[in-house]
Design a protein around this ligand. Structure first.
Ligand code: HEC
Ligand code: HEC
Ligand code: HEC
Ligand code: HEC
Length: 498
């Protein structure tokens, strides 16, 4: 060990000397520096560069869903953190923002009481991971208040970054519930961030979120009108985190001067776009660029900005033309959170602790399972349908539980329902899970508890597409499910009939 120390030291010193030279300045930057006809550009390189990174519509995701392993392998907070860490090494002025609908997904509001503890634990993993990554602001999206304002306040207390909404107010006196803006110092630049929540949340939803003192929302466009001018005055760059539909955000860009960037969740016809096509990922309206990226943490949006004083509005840098003189430029790119990225060890630990699932079942709080007796399980069917059972046991449906166990995900309520029979109906407690593991006969054929007693009098209807779609659901698997193509792979052999 001792003998090698001096050599290692030499190598390290050499590397330290060589590395900066190897990294060097980017060729464009070099060209700008050496351009004597454009002296103003020389000062622009360096401290006025901004690297703006954002996520949006995380909808409660903490990892890559295993269901996507084959075709979609992106996502996970562990890798996102590793990417951010890497990006900070390359960019002095990195600003990290979240465009809302972060902690919960669309169906989480409908979850039963026994599922809430785990939802809360998962949201904490998200907040703690965001703290570690160094997030600087998050807009409150409508899904974020799905478990109520009191709950969201608990998350806010854990967060080292502000939760913002300029238009979420108390219905009684219209006073704000959260801060409206934050100003971030990034090197020499001041970045003004304004946050606006979707303004069409139904009243009952807002009242339910805080029944003692109901909430309300101010109009998004009016809110932008009110706040943008003062941010414009105080800041170099104005960013609007607007968790609103695409047409509302376009209207804001058209009618409110002075916004440089809108982080747009890309809601069209009432629906969030989970996956954004390249052509839709960035759009310019007047002086404002609207940037979009995919949901579930699959890809982050990044804007590499070269900022010049008086250089507004920004223009896109492109390979084939030099930007107009004196204008600030941006390069927009979505970064795919791919498996080759390392995993942040501290977030891995958070995730493992979550999976060990202390909060899986709140003791003593389990509801009555009135449907339990209607589930017969494959063991019962196998007695009479030997051939079909044998066929089924060779399909992946019969090992669906093992697929969860492989990563210790088997007790996660955001996973289990599609990998077992009758979750929440036949069993809840892991101790009772054994007969219900895997995708079984009744997942496809349905319930028919009297069939064994008198099979002729209690026949089954043909298996319909709808029974597959419960699980083969594009939000979850991102794979197009074509019933006629998939059905033959899992259809059991027919019974001999005369
Ligand atoms: C309760 C949820 C659920 C239902 C209902 C369901 N599946 Fe699946 N399916 C799964 C899961 C989970 C897997 C992956 C299992 C694994 O690899 O661990 C899967 C895998 C498959 C596969 C790959 C099978 C193989 O052996 O390679 C096909 C094909 C398939 N399902 C078709 C269907 C069809 C057709 C239906 C409806 C008739 C259906 N599934 C109903 C959850 C379900
Ligand atoms: C909405 C239903 C649903 C939920 C929820 C769900 N899965 Fe799946 N899962 C599926 C289906 C359907 C497949 C089969 C996909 C296919 O092969 O077409 C699958 C397949 C898988 C596979 C096998 C994939 C492979 O490529 O080998 C794993 C592992 C898995 N899921 C893990 C998870 C984990 C972890 C979670 C929770 C984070 C989860 N699933 C939540 C429906 C679901
Ligand atoms: C992935 C869905 C799926 C699963 C799981 C499944 N089956 Fe089937 N099964 C089918 C389909 C599809 C058919 C074809 C007949 C139809 O469309 O209804 C079929 C056919 C059958 C038939 C013959 C029906 C006839 O009209 O002759 C029997 C019996 C049967 N299944 C029993 C079982 C048993 C027992 C299990 C569990 C061990 C099981 N199935 C699991 C989808 C499934
Ligand atoms: C006691 C034996 C027995 C058990 C247990 C049993 N079946 Fe059957 N099943 C039969 C007989 C017999 C028929 C044929 C009825 C007929 O000819 O009309 C049949 C028919 C079927 C059919 C063909 C469609 C129909 O109704 O004719 C399906 C599908 C089926 N069973 C599924 C299941 C499933 C799923 C289970 C477990 C939940 C199951 N069976 C349990 C005896 C049984």
């Amino acid at each position: 060990m001792h003998r090698f120390a001096p050599q290692i030291l030499t190598v390290v010193i050499l590397l330290l000397l060589v590395l900066p030279a190897l990294r060097g300045p980017a060729p464009e930057a070099e060209a700008l520096r050496e351009n004597p006809s454009r002296p103003e550009l020389a000062t622009a390189v360096g401290s006025d560069d901004l690297f703006l990174v954002f996520s949006i519509n995380n909808v409660g995701y903490i990892d890559v869903c295993g269901c996507k392993r084959k075709k979609v392998r992106q996502g996970s907070l562990t890798r996102r953190a590793a990417y951010i860490h890497q990006a900070r090494y390359h960019h002095d002025n990195l600003v990290l923002l979240d465009g809302g609908n972060t902690l919960f997904g669309p169906d989480d509001g409908k979850k039963k009481d026994f599922e809430k503890q785990q939802l809360i634990d998962k949201a904490k993993v998200i907040i703690e991971s965001y703290n570690r990554m160094g997030y600087q602001a998050m807009v409150v999206g409508h899904h974020d208040i799905t478990l109520g304002l009191t709950q969201l306040r608990e998350f806010e207390a854990l967060a080292t970054f502000p939760l913002l909404s300029a238009n979420l107010v108390y219905a009684d006196d219209r006073s704000p519930v959260f801060g409206a803006t934050t100003i971030i110092d990034a090197g020499e630049l001041k970045i003004g961030v304004l946050a606006i929540t979707i303004d069409t949340i139904p009243t009952y939803y807002l009242e339910r979120a805080n029944s003692e003192r109901p909430l309300a929302l101010e109009n998004a466009l009016e809110t932008a009108r009110k706040w943008v001018p003062q941010l414009r005055e105080q800041c170099d760059i104005v960013v609007l985190l607007s968790a609103n539909p695409a047409d509302v955000n376009s209207a804001i860009a058209t009618e409110v001067a002075g916004i440089d960037i809108i982080v747009d969740p890309f809601i069209e016809l009432g629906n969030h776009k989970l996956w954004v096509d390249d052509a839709d990922s960035v759009k310019t309206v007047g002086e404002t660029i609207l940037v979009r990226t995919d949901a579930q943490g699959a890809r982050l949006g990044t804007l590499d900005i070269n900022w010049l004083a008086e250089g507004r509005p920004m223009v896109s840098l492109s390979y084939d033309s030099t930007p107009p003189e004196g204008r600030s430029t941006y390069w927009y790119e979505r970064v795919s959170i791919e498996p080759h990225l390392l995993e942040d060890p501290e977030i891995v630990l958070l995730m493992d602790a979550f999976k060990r699932g202390a909060g899986f079942v709140p003791p003593g709080k389990l509801p009555e399972l009135s449907q339990k007796d209607n589930y017969l399980t494959a063991t019962t069917c196998s007695v009479c349908h030997v051939e079909q059972t044998e066929f089924w046991s060779k399909t992946k449906h019969a090992i669906a539980f093992a697929s969860l166990e492989a990563n210790n995900d088997q007790w996660r309520q955001d996973c289990i329902a599609c990998h077992v029979l009758g979750y929440g109906q036949a069993f809840i407690d892991p101790a009772d899970a054994e007969p219900y593991k895997n995708v079984q006969c009744e997942n496809c054929h349905g319930l028919n508890p009297n069939h064994p007693r008198d099979p002729v009098k209690h026949p089954w209807p043909a298996v319909q597409e709808i029974s597959c779609l419960v699980c083969h659901n594009k939000n979850q698997t991102r794979i197009d499910f074509v019933f006629v193509r998939e059905r033959p792979k899992v259809a059991c052999p027919l019974m001999p009939r005369n």
